[in-house]
Design a protein around this ligand. Structure first.
Ligand SMILES: O=C(O)CCC(=O)C(=O)O
Ligand SMILES: [Fe+2]
Length: 330
């Protein structure tokens, strides 16, 4: 395997092609865990707009960007400076804005789980006021497309296509990042973002034409997720690995910093269940169940079926400054 499969999502709603599409999807999701989606219906103008507003925001003076620094947010929302995020204990070389569902903050009652504090408002920059509307429009499209992919995945696993819908509501813990990868500082400083798995159900990524995202294959080699025009990259997250008892695996991936003089922009969207969801194994058809590999045992990253806990641990590890300020006992 040297490239990722390409799937046309519109085939899912074509009665003559649905079964073959579901077989292709199942193979791509199981064998690679990463694939491109085309035929998704996201307007190309919206994809362009979110990149152009991202370029305007990241070009601002640092003092403007810091007005929405995520250190001010118990929800980890807002701006993270380059070098302030960690993956696998090492510093990532990217700056970003984290955006979640727009909610009012919840004051935890005694006995509430710590993750209730992840519910709350976003931070928006006064200096680029149009960022809010464009981002929320893009977020709505990414939610629509990724839920459609999840319905197709459910169907491809022998479930009712609405199987996962019960785990969504107002508090569903989706989020997105608007990311800028500056050029590497030195030839050997290449960690844009270190090797990791995503912790929700799946991720949907809009990337520009630069490239740098790589996917770990079964032999320990890295496959380039080379950008394709109009295509989104989709990958399987930890909650689907748990739900399928390892029939699907959350695939490791990383981003290499662009070379000197080159900047890369990307917008990943993470589809997750509600924070209070405890993901249960679904009942796979016998022939798929026989091929399930079990959930991976990773000492550094035990997978928790409780989504809120899994998510909070992920945030605490990657944003130590926010963790120290708002979650000192943890
Ligand atoms: O920017 C990318 O290409 C991927 C980013 C990513 O994997 C992540 O933020 O989880
Ligand atoms: Fe990721």
């Amino acid at each position: 395997m040297t490239t990722l499969p390409v799937l046309d999502l519109s085939r899912f709603r074509d009665p003559g092609d649905r079964e073959e599409f579901l077989a292709d999807l199942r193979r791509a999701a199981r064998e690679v865990g990463f694939f491109y989606i085309v035929g998704h219906g996201v307007p190309p103008e919206l994809s362009e707009e979110i990149f152009s507003v991202a370029r305007r925001f990241f070009a601002l003076p640092e003092s403007d960007k810091l007005t929405i620094e995520n250190v001010g947010s118990p929800q980890f929302r807002g701006y993270t400076r380059t070098g302030n995020e960690y993956t696998g204990g090492s510093r990532d070389w990217r700056e970003q804005i984290d955006v979640g569902p727009e909610r009012e903050a919840v004051e935890p009652a005694p006995g509430d789980p710590a993750w209730v504090r992840l519910i709350g408002p976003n931070q928006w920059p006064d200096a680029v006021p149009e960022l809010r509307e464009i981002t929320l429009a893009w977020q709505a499209e990414a939610l629509r497309v990724s839920r459609e992919v999840l319905r197709a995945l459910a169907a491809s696993l022998g479930q009712d296509e609405g199987y996962f819908d019960a785990w969504f509501d107002e508090e569903a813990a989706t989020h997105l990042k608007i990311v800028h990868y500056p050029p590497r500082q030195a030839a050997d400083e290449e960690q844009g973002v270190g090797s990791h798995k995503d912790y929700g159900y799946l991720a949907l990524l809009q990337q520009d034409e630069i490239g740098g995202l790589q996917v770990l294959d079964d032999d320990g080699g890295w496959i380039d997720a080379t950008p394709i025009p109009g295509g989104f990259v989709v990958n399987i997250g930890e909650m689907l690995e748990i739900a399928t008892q390892g029939y699907l695996r959350a695939t490791r991936h990383r981003v290499l910093s662009p070379p000197a003089g080159v900047d890369r922009y990307s917008v990943p969207f993470f589809l997750a269940p509600r924070l209070d969801a405890v993901v249960e194994p679904l009942e796979l058809p016998a022939e798929l169940a026989a091929a399930a590999r079990g959930v991976s045992q990773d000492e550094d990253n035990p997978l928790l079926a409780s989504y809120g806990e899994n998510a909070l641990i992920g945030w605490l590890r990657s944003h130590p400054k926010v963790a120290k300020r708002w979650y000192p006992p943890l």
